[in-house]
Write a protein that binds this ligand. Structure first.
Ligand code: ZN
Length: 483
C-alpha cells in the first residue's frame, strides 16, 4: 500500500528548499535547518540514487567517480577495476590496519534492477526525501547498503580508530544481471578482495507496525537457483485434424499437476532457529504455527495446518522448502500447425545441500506422463549450494552483539536467504560471509524492494550506520573486544 502523502505540498517545499540551498553561499547554508542536519548516510544515499545504475547497462563506473575522491581524502587506497564492458567497474577502497589480523570486507552491489517509471509516485532517480524517508530505486537493494557500509568505514578513518586489520569496502558490478560480477572479480583479482570474513546483503532488520524492531536475521547461507526444462512431445500435424497426443495440452496438464504439487518442509538448522525466533516475536495464532514448524516433532496434521497458515507469506513459504516457479513457456510457431513439442522453463530455488536430480525425479513422478520429460538446464552432479558460513567468528559474534545493543528488544537469528547473492565468490573459497540489509524496515517496505516507491527511513539509515560502525570498531579496532 502506498503511504499517504499530500499531493504536492511537502514535495514542492523540499524541492524549493533544495534549489535555494544550491544558490546559497556555503556559510549561510546553516539557516536551512532541515537540509543541513540531514544524516550523512541519507545524504550519500540521495546522491547514489541520483545515479541511474539500472542493469543493463549498470554504469557502475559513475559510483566509483562519486566515491573515489572522498575515500582518497580519508587515506584509503583506491582500486577501480575495469571490466571488458566500458563504464562497468568494481570499486575497492582499502583502509590499512597494522596487518596483525586478516582483512574484513564489506561488499555492496552498485547496480540495481530497472523501474516501471509510470508506477512510481516520485522520480525513482531523483533522490527524493519525503517525511524523513529516502525514496528511489535501490533505497533498500542495495544503495542503502552502499551508503551505510561506506559511511561506517569512512567513520573509522574520520575518528582515526587504530586498526589491527585492513578494512576493505567493495562496490560490485553486475549483481542483478550480466557476467562481470563478483565471481569474475574473484577469479582475476582475488588478492584485492581476499579477507578473513565479509559482510554482504542478506538478512533483515524487521520493524513491527509500532516501529519497534522485532528481529534481526543475519544470513549465513543462500538458496541455490537451478533451471529445469519440462518438455512435452506430440505429433506435429495440420491443426485441422487434432489428435489426442497434443504437445501443448500435454504441457498444460503437466504444469497443472506441478501447480497443485507442494514440496515437503525441509528446515536447515539455521531455519529452525529462525522460525523459533519468529515464534517469540509474533502473536497467536502465528506464533503457535511458527513453534510447530520449528519443533520438528509435530504430527502430520498439525504440521500441515501450520504450513498452510505460515505459507500465506511467500517469503516464509520459500524459506521452509525447495520452491518451483514456471517462468517461460514456449510452443508452436504458426496458427495452422500443431507443434511437435512444447516446453516450459521452471526456476527451482533449492535449499543448500539438495540433490537437484532427486527433485527432478519428484517432478517427473508428479507429472506421470510418458510424453513429458523433466531435466535440468545444465547437468548437475553434486548437491547444490554452499554450506552455511560458521557462526564462531569475531565478525558474526560482534554483529549479534551490536544488533542486540542497537535494538535491545529484538531477537537475533541466523537466516537462510531465500534468493541468491554474490556471497558465493567468498563462501566457495571457505571464507565466511554474513548478510544483512543494514536498516530497520517494515513488511510493506520489504515488498517495495525491486518494486515501486522503494524507500527507507532516514532514522533506519542512521541506526544501521551506528550498528555497522560499532561492529567494525570491535572487529578491526586494535582494542577491539572481538574474541
Ligand atoms: Zn541486492
Amino acid at each position: 500500500m502506498t503511504p499517504e502523502r499530500p499531493p504536492f505540498g511537502h514535495r514542492r517545499v523540499v524541492l524549493v528548499a533544495l534549489f535555494v540551498l544550491l544558490l546559497l553561499p556555503m556559510r549561510s547554508a546553516g539557516r536551512l535547518h532541515a537540509q543541513t542536519t540531514l544524516h550523512p548516510t541519507a545524504r550519500l544515499l540521495q546522491e547514489l540514487i541520483r545515479i541511474d545504475n539500472s542493469n543493463p547497462p549498470g554504469h557502475e563506473e559513475k559510483i566509483a567517480e562519486l566515491l573515489a575522491p572522498r575515500f582518497k581524502a580519508l587515506g584509503f587506497e583506491i582500486d577501480v577495476i575495469p571490466t571488458p564492458v566500458a563504464g562497468k567497474t568494481h570499486f575497492i577502497a582499502r583502509l590499512r590496519g597494522d596487518g596483525s589480523r586478516r582483512p574484513v570486507l564489506l561488499a555492496a552491489h552498485g547496480d540495481t534492477v530497472g523501474v516501471e517509471r509510470e508506477k512510481w509516485s516520485v522520480d525513482p532517480f531523483g533522490g527524493v526525501i519525503e517525511e524523513d524517508r529516502v525514496i528511489g530505486r535501490g533505497a533498500i537493494d542495495f544503495k542503502g547498503g552502499i551508503a551505510v557500509f561506506a559511511r561506517a568505514v569512512m567513520m573509522l578513518a574520520e575518528t582515526k580508530v587504530p586498526l589491527s586489520r585492513d578494512v576493505i569496502f567493495l562496490v560490485e558490478a553486475d549483481e542483478e544481471a550480466a557476467s562481470y560480477n563478483t565471481s569474475w572479480l574473484a577469479r582475476d583479482h582475488w588478492s584485492k578482495i581476499d579477507c578473513e570474513f565479509a559482510l554482504n546483503e542478506g538478512g533483515w532488520i524487521i520493524k513491527g507496525d509500532d516501529g519497534a524492531v522485532k528481529y534481526v536475521s543475519i544470513s549465513t547461507a543462500d538458496k541455490a537457483s537451478v533451471g529445469a526444462i519440462v518438455t512435452a512431445k506430440g505429433t506435429s500435424t495440420h491443426s485441422s485434424m487434432p489428435r489426442a497426443d497434443n504437445a501443448i495440452f500435454a504441457l498444460a496438464k503437466a504444469l497443472a499437476k506441478l501447480a497443485a504439487y507442494e514440496t515437503p518442509i525441509n528446515l536447515m538448522p539455521i531455519s529452525r532457529q529462525f522460525f523459533a525466533t519468529l515464534a517469540k516475536t509474533s502473536a497467536p495464532p502465528l506464533s503457535e504455527a511458527f513453534r510447530t514448524i520449528a519443533s520438528g516433532t509435530a504430527g502430520r496434521t498439525a504440521l500441515d495446518r501450520a504450513d498452510r497458515l505460515v505459507s500465506r507469506d511467500p517469503l516464509l513459504h520459500a524459506i521452509m522448502r525447495n520452491t518451483l516457479a514456471p517462468v517461460l513457456v514456449n510452443g508452436g510457431f504458426r496458427s495452422n500447425v500443431i507443434p511437435g513439442s512444447a516446453e516450459a522453463t521452471i526456476n527451482l530455488r533449492l535449499i543448500p545441500g539438495t540433490d537437484a536430480n532427486a527433485v527432478i525425479a519428484d517432478l517427473q513422478r508428479t507429472i506421470d506422463d510418458p510424453a513429458v520429460t523433466v531435466r535440468t538446464v545444465n547437468p548437475i552432479t553434486a548437491p547444490v549450494g554452499l554450506p552455511p558460513s560458521r557462526e564462531d567468528t569475531d565478525l558474526f559474534r560482534s554483529l549479534v552483539r551490536q544488533a542486540k545493543r542497537t535494538f535491545p528488544n529484538a531477537e537475533v537469528t541466523p537466516y537462510l536467504f531465500q534468493a541468491g547473492t554474490d556471497a558465493g565468490a567468498w563462501r566457495s573459497r571457505g571464507i565466511p560471509v554474513y548478510g544483512i540489509y543494514p536498516y530497520p524496515i517494515t513488511a510493506d517496505e520489504l515488498t517495495r524492494m525491486h518494486g515501486n516507491d522503494e524507500q527507507v527511513s532516514v532514522a533506519s539509515l542512521a541506526q544501521g550506520t551506528e550498528m555497522i560502525y560499532n561492529t567494525l570498531v570491535e572487529v578491526a579496532g586494535i582494542k577491539g573486544s572481538g574474541n
